[in-house]
Every structure is written in structure tokens, then in C-alpha cells.
Design a protein. Structure first.
Length: 279
């Protein structure tokens, strides 16, 4: 009953997002990579522009990496662009340009981990699965385990049990609905329980509405920072941004030797003499 309720709510109230208007596995995969650690509102216009430039696995696989990284501007975490392009190369080389629907085959492809494999199975191939992103884990933990359960503690047995009761025909709508409920209603702090379509099924309601502190999703791993407290990811982003318009003299990055070395190791940049280029 809960799954039908979530699916019905999604059909009536789900957000209108461009990757929800397609079942093209390539377009779905692009959205999944872009949405990792990036807010939906930032992704929407960049998603459209990226697909216009690289409309297929073939186009992306053939594109120079530097061109793909340039097109990733505004999304941050530029390694995702590298991984997505390498995924395209793998899809072309190993599967003739068709993303496999099998979970095991997906996990063998570069850049695809357990979450992304599940998400692709659901959103590209309409298979029965629950894709355990941050929002789904929080909502389902609260609904089935109560307000004090830790949403970061992934219980594989419980997850499999929940998944086994999910009708395959509702899998797509349920997953999208859970994501939207988590993003707009069942928030980490101050959940809006009276507006929630599944409050009557929820083991946390109404107690959760009066709790002063709630279990939070696992905090991000501590970042490496410089002497002034600036995270490495900020410096990395600035270097890539400086190189998007073309190569730059090595001297422009004085004091950033460690950052340059990490970017070079990740295959994002290359040094040629006293010049630094996007790889």
C-alpha cells in the first residue's frame, strides 16, 4: 500500500525535470553523474547544454577530454566529467554503444558504483530496485525504523526486504517519488510531516515532530586544507577554471605544487615545459 501511495503522489506532485522525460540510458546516465553532489537547480541548464554538445555515447567517447571538462563548467567535481567520458569509451568498446541493463555488467564499467548501477537499472531500464541515495535512505529509514534510526547505517538485509515488496511496475515512480519527498518534505531538519503522503505509514510520526535533534546523514569525509583552511577541492576547481580558456604558464600556480600533482595524477591536467594544459 505504501508503494502505491508514493507512486500516486509522484504522478501528481513530482518535479518536472528534463531527465524524467526520457528513457534514453545515455541521457539518464549523464544526469546521474551530474547530480552527484550538485543541486538540481544548477544541473538543469547545464544538462541541456552538455547534451546538445555531446548527444550520444559515441559523441562523448570521441570528444577530447579537455573539451568535455570545459563543458562541465559550473558543475564542480571535474573528475566526474573524466569518469563519464571513460564510461562512454567503455560502452562503445565493450557494448557497441548500448549501455547494458544487467546490474553485474554495469558494475564492471568504469565510473559505475553500486548506487549508480541501481539508479540506472531503475531510471533507464525500469527494473525493480531501490536506489539508496541520501534522500531515499533518510525517508525509508524514518518510515520503517523510527525517528532514532541512523540513516547512514545501511542495513542490506532490511533494504533487500523492502525491495522485495516493491512492485516492478511501480519501481520508477516510487524511486522518483521518494527522492522528491526527501528533497521537499522529509528534510534532514524540520521535516514537514503534515504534508507527507506517507505519514500514516511512518514509524517516526508524530514523535519526530517534537524531537529537538534528529539523526543526520553521514557527514562528508574531512577535506584536506591548506594553511589558511582552504580545501583542496577549491584550489583544484580554480586551477581547472583557469585552464578552461587555454593553457597557462606554470608560474601562475606558484604555491600549488601539491594541487597540480594531484590533478596530474587524476589525469585532469598535463605539464609541458613551463605550460599547464587541460589533459
Amino acid at each position: 500500500m505504501i508503494w502505491k501511495t508514493i507512486a500516486a503522489w509522484y504522478r501528481a506532485h513530482g518535479r518536472d525535470l528534463p531527465w524524467r522525460r526520457t528513457d534514453d540510458p545515455y541521457r539518464v546516465a549523464v544526469s546521474e553523474f551530474m547530480l552527484q553532489q550538485t543541486q538540481v537547480d544548477r544541473v538543469v541548464p547545464l544538462y541541456r547544454a552538455f547534451l546538445k554538445k555531446f548527444p550520444s555515447w559515441r559523441a562523448l567517447a570521441r570528444a577530447p577530454q579537455a573539451e568535455v571538462v570545459r563543458a562541465w563548467k559550473g558543475l564542480g567535481y571535474n573528475m566526474r566529467a573524466v569518469r563519464l567520458r571513460k564510461l562512454a569509451e567503455g560502452v562503445m568498446a565493450d557494448f557497441g554503444g548500448r549501455l547494458p541493463a544487467d546490474g553485474g555488467a554495469l558494475l564492471k564499467l568504469y565510473g559505475i558504483g553500486p548506487y549508480t548501477a541501481r539508479a540506472l537499472r531503475v531510471f533507464a531500464f525500469r527494473q525493480r530496485a531501490l536506489a539508496p541515495d541520501t534522500n531515499l535512505r533518510r525517508v525509508l529509514t524514518r518510515v520503517f525504523k523510527g525517528p532514532k534510526a541512523d540513516p547512514k547505517a545501511f542495513d542490506a538485509r532490511a533494504w533487500a526486504r523492502w525491495e522485495s515488496t516493491l512492485p516492478e511496475t511501480l519501481s520508477y515512480d516510487v524511486n522518483q517519488g521518494l527522492m522528491d519527498i526527501g528533497a521537499t518534505v522529509c528534510k534532514p531538519v524540520r521535516p514537514r510531516c503534515p504534508e507527507c503522503p506517507v505519514s500514516r505509514f511512518c514509524a517516526s510520526y508524530p514523535k519526530i515532530t517534537t524531537m529537538k535533534t534528529l539523526p543526520r546523514q553521514k557527514a562528508a569525509r574531512a577535506e584536506r586544507v591548506d594553511a589558511d583552511g582552504v580545501p583542496d577541492r577549491i584550489h583544484r576547481g580554480r586551477v581547472i577554471e583557469a585552464l578552461r580558456s587555454g593553457p597557462a604558464p606554470l608560474g601562475e600556480f606558484r604555491g600549488l605544487a601539491r594541487i597540480l600533482a594531484s590533478l596530474e595524477k587524476d589525469g585532469l591536467i598535463r605539464r609541458e615545459g613551463d605550460q599547464v594544459h587541460l589533459a
